[in-house]
Design a protein around this ligand. Sequence first.
Ligand code: BMA
Length: 310
Amino acid sequence: MFEHLSPFKRFSSNPILTREDIPYPCNTVFNAGACKFEDRYILLLRVEDLTGVSHLTLAYSDDGYKFTVSPSPWILPSSDPYYEVYERYGIEDPRITRIGKEYYVAYTALGAYGPRVGIAQTRDFVHFERVALATEVDNKDAALFPEKINSLYVMIDRPSAMGQRKPSIWINYSPDLVYWGKAHALLAPEPGWGSTKVGVSTPPVKTKQGWIVLYHGVRDTAGGRLYRIGALLLDLEDPENILGYTPYFIFSPEEQYERTGDVPNVVFPCGLVAEDDGIVKMYYGAADTCIGLAEARLEDLVECCLSSKA
Ligand code: BMA
């Protein structure tokens, strides 16, 4: 029955990347950012090395299905004295957003004090520079909007509030990508499939009806945590205004490679590529071990949000 409710269809040759495809020794490859650059598809892979520390490696494709992985890592935890302490245990879960000619990568910097959000930028996927550590610690799962709104950059993130509410999705604004403020809580866990925590999964994609944002909901069960996916539709001019969302999950671990791995029962997309023909490709980490691809019609994602408006 769930098959009919999910707008996503898995690629028949999933998983599209496993550690066998990485040209150097590693533990796993998962949670990849994605975009199109000069007519090619790019994945920015989270590769976990054999010490348990993650770095980011590029992979390229002409068709979005078959990827060739670069021979060596692209972004490693920084040795710069300012960044080193905040990235020494890894850089994880990159989300790519194009703003004008720049491609920004929002990633989780895992350091001595816990996770915080880092932002790096590139124009050519050869050179990159770090822009900022944009949040304090206990914050991750960030993605930038592809355009400024009311002259400010906009970012969604996920502070792990220790107060009354569990880890929730927030929205923030910045004039320069370095200094962030006007933080506002957007979506908090509710009883059900996202009762433990919610966080943004993929950067906002613009549609006529609003911004489509995929998010993950986590539920603690007797058998461990379950990571599933829902969608939000946000107002184009005022993204704090939620136009609709899916109270039910629209993508969930079902296949063997999603059910079994280093962390079982996890689907964790970080990249959503919108095609001209209205199809979106969702690249997701499966069980923190490999990468899968599923496709949907963008208009179906909008419809799921609007028809199930709470
Ligand atoms: C989240 C993140 C993801 C990971 C997921 C499941 O908290 O750390 O990188 O895929 O847990 O382990």
